[in-house]
Write a protein that binds this ligand. Structure first.
Ligand code: ADP
Ligand code: MG
Length: 622
């Protein structure tokens, strides 16, 4: 008999929804006094604020120190629009979206100028913006009084929502927590959409995200602007609740508090961040009776949490995350020994078309060269890749093989020459455009999204083949639903191609918990999930034992023979090269020294020389 399951009855997140409903309806009416009522409202504001920052810093991994300024922009816009300050008296429901959009527009503009900067540089520019903003607030009171200077602006219009008046502290609590619920839903929907996955990918490995088809610059900009939107929204709500705005509410200290909430909750973890916001707002109040010691205790608690659980209080706790660490059971719940998991792919290939190399050329490499300083990494390289061909590139370490892949996939731009794909010059394509055009790659040194699950790593690759945008994702419209379903099916379909290696409970395992060989497989799967025509595999068997190498050898053959991929593979293990290749190209010092069938190439004296060095002479002289 099926066990009763509350979750399935009211859907996922039931606990969180119940939490918000309690906060909106029940808690405000039972709080003992106005003091606690106001702390409760403040908590709601911080929950919103932290959820917004979580999008930028948590989902996307951007160190945005201007975040608090957008909170301020929202607040001041509200003050301008709903008070006697300028004599504009917009209704609350009209002003609220204007405030949010103003903050978003400011975020977008700042992002345009700074989003290409990374790490520390982004932090410095955004910090400067926040400081300038505060100085403007302080000083724009003369000769024309715009911001009210250090005194700020106060006494706003009464909130009137469809003739429902918001007057008592209780009303405010309910209003604020309703807004918080809204922000939670937006944030939750975004996280579980293609947009959220794209952001996560950027946080985990920006270059890898770019090479699977994500326009990282644009997505970072969206993230920045989304964060600003929520900050502006929270700012407007905050201003109306305070009935005043001052520059001091938007200083560095506030920013640090919000960051602490997000970090303690666990970057990117929505539930954790909500809990972090609640704890850090309420905790200091409980410590109030300790007077001067209060901030010290608070500080010690903060530092301890960060020292003991740097990943955040709530990450990797069952219920908060679903990563399975000890994979002893299969999907039916039966215990399994790891040896049971041996590759046991059914032979379902018989009914499939069998592909072989064709005459037409898919990719033409035309006289490309690339110098690093004085070093000729690629020197006038020229070759063709035919449709449904497996072409191997071999050569000593440092020969320029990986550099060639970097040029094809758009990471490097060659100094001379062209890369032509299906008669189109793609030499100037950025990595995401190359992926979208139909060329996917793996990396010699794995570049997976390590903190994400196996299936999410694959789903991210569907980004460039899906379209659902913010509206569709947030409102979960038909397009989003459809695409999510397809994304899930496609990801599983591809993982299933690897037999039991990557199926069942492995779907939800964190990639960093996988064996090395399995991580290599996930990288290949991730490349396949972008629907490429050409797969570029950079040393797919590196780090694999002989059994695993044999398995991957068969798999590469199968990729072409039964799935019809065109494959360019860099390999050192000659058994593998011999088994899979239609053709082999040998390069040394960035130059092609020989090309032909494996047997021909293996006997070529130049190749023997490149690999073993000339008798009597050392190194790679020619
Ligand atoms: P491999 O054939 O082993 O894959 P690579 O393509 O990685 O060789 O490297 C070819 C040469 O180019 C090496 O000498 C390497 O040190 C150099 N190289 C590769 N990438 C860079 C870079 N970004 N900057 C400077 N030198 C580089
Ligand atoms: Mg290499």
């Amino acid at each position: 008999m099926k066990r009763f399951n509350l979750q399935s009855l009211i859907g996922p997140n039931s606990a969180t929804i119940i939490f918000f409903v309690l906060s909106m309806v029940v808690i405000p009416s039972i709080l003992p006094n106005n003091y606690w009522q106001s702390i409760f409202s403040t908590t709601g504001v911080y929950v919103m604020l932290a959820l917004g920052l979580n999008i930028v810093a948590g989902f996307t991994g951007l160190l945005d120190l201007s975040y608090i300024a957008f909170f301020g922009i929202g607040s001041y816009t509200f003050a301008f629009l709903c008070s006697s300050h300028f004599g504009i008296h917009l209704p609350f429901l009209v002003a609220l979206p204007i405030c949010a959009l103003t903050a978003m527009a400011s975020g977008f503009l700042l992002g345009l100028t700074s989003i290409r900067l990374r790490g520390d540089y982004l932090a410095i520019v955004t910090l400067a913006f926040a400081q300038i903003f505060r100085l403007l607030l302080l000083n724009l009171d003369a000769p024309v009084n715009i911001t009210g200077g250090v005194n700020g602006i106060y006494a706003f219009d009464m909130i009137n929502i469809f003739s429902l008046k918001v007057i008592t502290p209780e009303n405010y609590s309910s209003l604020i927590w309703t807004c918080a619920l809204l922000v939670f839903i937006v944030s939750f929907r975004l996280k579980n959409s293609r947009i959220g996955r794209g952001w996560n990918a950027i946080r985990e490995d920006e270059l890898a995200a770019n090479t699977i088809g994500i326009n990282t610059t644009r997505m970072k900009l969206y993230s920045f602007a989304s964060g600003a939107l929520i900050a502006g929204f929270s700012g407007a709500v905050f201003a109306s609740f305070q009935d005043s705005v001052f520059p001091n509410s938007f200083g560095f200290q506030q920013l640090v508090i919000v960051y602490c909430m997000v970090i303690i909750g666990g970057l990117g973890n929505i539930y954790g961040v909500i809990a972090g916001a609640v704890i850090l707002t309420v905790l200091p109040e409980f410590l109030r009776e300790y007077g001067g010691l209060r901030m010290m205790i608070y500080g010690v608690v903060l530092v301890s949490i960060m020292a003991i659980r740097p990943q955040g209080l709530f990450s990797a706790i069952p219920g908060f995350t679903r990563f399975i660490k000890r994979p002893d059971k299969d999907e039916t719940g039966k215990l399994r020994a790891s040896t049971d998991l041996y590759y046991s792919q059914k032979n379902d290939e018989t009914d499939k078309v069998k592909y072989t190399k064709q005459a037409d050329t898919l990719l033409k490499i035309r006289n490309i060269s690339l110098n690093f300083g004085g070093l000729k990494a690629i020197d006038d390289l020229d070759f063709d890749l035919h449709k449904n061909e497996i072409l191997s590139i071999i050569g000593p370490n440092g020969a320029g093989k990986s550099t060639l892949f970097n040029i094809i996939s758009g990471i490097y731009q060659s100094d001379h020459g062209k890369v032509i794909y299906r008669d189109k010059d793609i030499s100037f394509f950025k990595p995401h455009m190359v992926a979208k055009a139909g060329i996917a790659r793996t990396f010699q040194n794995l570049r997976l999204f390590n903190e994400l699950s196996v299936i999410d790593n694959i789903k991210i690759s569907r980004f460039c083949r899906t379209k659902a945008f913010f509206f569709s994702a947030i409102l979960n419209l038909k397009l989003n639903k459809q695409e999510e379903k397809q994304t899930d099916e496609k990801a599983k379909e591809i993982l299933n191609m690897f037999g039991q290696r990557l199926t069942g409970y492995r779907y939800h395992q964190k990639v960093s918990h996988l064996s090395y060989a399995n991580r290599r497989r996930v990288e290949i799967a991730r490349a396949m999930a972008t629907d490429p025509q050409i797969l570029l595999l950079d040393e797919p068997s590196a780090g694999m034992n002989p059994q695993e190498t044999l398995e991957i050898t068969k798999f590469i053959k199968k990729l072409r023979d039964y799935y019809g991929y065109t494959i360019l593979v860099i390999e050192h293990k000659l058994n593998l090269v011999k088994a899979v290749s239609d053709r082999v190209i040998v390069i040394d010092h960035g130059k092609k020294i020989c090309e032909g069938s494996y047997d021909n190439v293996a006997e070529n004296p130049l190749v023997v020389e490149a690999y073993l060095g000339k008798k009597g002479k050392k190194g790679n002289e020619k």
